[in-house]
Design a protein around this ligand. Structure first.
Ligand SMILES: [Mg+2]
Length: 122
């Protein structure tokens, strides 16, 4: 995403409105790909692949951290592994009812906001 003179801070963090619209349009196509992957590779293989990709993402984050954010190669590898992890997390949402994950996510974000408010009050 290139910076545009009219970009706000939210555009930089979340993506421009055009980017978000394109991403939303891709969700349906992505979902069909996930269904196909499950049919071709099987349920168990996709679960194992999710664990593998999340581990690779964790390792890539640590490698980038060890470079103190200075290595563009580590940053590129981290971005690639985070993409792999996101793809597998989205597939896991098809295995565990997505509303259960969304409920847990909302609970955890509420607790995070409470901790942030506590910190702000100190
Ligand atoms: Mg990977």
């Amino acid at each position: 995403m290139s910076a545009h003179p009219r970009c706000t801070m939210f555009d930089v963090i979340l993506g421009t409105p055009e980017y978000l619209i394109q991403r939303a349009m891709n969700i349906r196509a992505d979902h069909l790909t996930y269904i196909q992957a499950r049919e071709v590779f099987g349920h168990e293989a996709q679960i194992a692949k999710a664990a593998e990709e999340l581990s690779e993402a964790a390792a890539a984050i640590l490698r980038w951290r060890w470079s103190k954010g200075q290595s563009s190669e580590s940053r590129d590898q981290m971005a690639a592994e985070l993409a792999d992890a996101e793809i597998m997390l989205e597939q896991m949402r098809m295995l565990i009812p997505a509303h259960e994950i969304d409920f847990q996510r909302a609970e955890k974000l509420t607790r995070l906001r409470e901790r942030l408010n506590e910190q702000a009050g100190k």
